[in-house]
Design a protein around this ligand. Structure first.
Ligand code: URA
Length: 229
């Protein structure tokens, strides 16, 4: 869980830094079963131990952060506790948002869940709000929903997508795939340009209204289920 090496944890145990059910754990060879209630039972340095594997986090991704473990500059992982970088299994984003896209981003250490959300077979809807450089012409919706649009550089047409105009230069777009820069490339294909992009929803899970940009929290099990609803 990233708290330290075996030697570091042994030292921590010796100085009373690990408490389980109110009792110091100084014999660090002791095996402790990892159960979901461990954070209620175990203190590390006086604080509840981090949640065990099976984490699902909801982040309101701010502009300017990259969904990568290794690139330079601000990364979405920077908003999480430092020791979480050392967790095994590692925490990864479920799909990616561009550096200049904001909104709903999930992170997890659960590989099965990650694959279920991004698998094209599951058709999990991704809902974006796009602000455009030019006015909508009125022909975009028919093309996006046709299932015939082939983006530059792709060989397969896009699955049908649903466009909902909001104003002349703002639209909501629902897609079920996660191709590279998909929304920006779709609007480029109709001669427009996306100036701002925000993800509002994944499946039945909306970005919680009380989650400010750059803030995150654990998803409840109902929220995880809502993704597939
Ligand atoms: N489509 C894009 O072009 N960018 C994103 O970040 C997500 C979807």
């Amino acid at each position: 869980m990233g708290y330290g090496s075996r030697a570091e944890i042994a030292r921590l145990g010796k100085v009373g830094g690990i408490v389980l059910d109110g009792v110091d754990v100084d014999d660090v060879s002791r095996r402790i079963t990892v159960t979901p209630d461990l954070p209620e039972r175990m203190l590390i340095d006086g604080r509840p131990v981090d949640p065990p594997p099976g984490l699902v986090l909801i982040l309101n991704k701010p502009l300017g952060m990259t969904c990568s473990h290794k690139e330079d500059g601000a990364l979405v992982y920077d908003v999480l506790p430092d020791r979480w970088r050392r967790r095994d299994p590692a925490i990864s984003t479920i799909g990616r948002l561009d550096k200049q896209t904001s909104g709903l981003l999930l992170l997890t250490d659960d590989g099965d869940l990650l694959h279920r959300v991004i698998s094209p077979k599951r058709h999990v809807a991704k809902v974006y709000r796009a602000t455009l450089a030019r006015s909508l012409t009125g022909m975009e919706g028919a093309l996006f929903s046709s299932g015939d649009l082939v983006l530059e550089g792709d060989d397969k047409p896009l699955a049908p997508a649903v466009l909902e105009p909001i104003t002349q230069t703002e639209a909501r777009l629902t897609v079920t795939e996660g191709r590279y820069h998909q929304v920006r490339r779709m609007f480029a294909a109709v001669g427009n340009h996306v100036e701002a992009l925000h993800r509002e929803r994944l499946g039945g899970l909306a970005l919680p209204g009380d989650l400010q940009p750059g803030h995150w929290r654990r998803a409840t099990s109902d929220e995880v289920m809502a993704i597939f609803a």
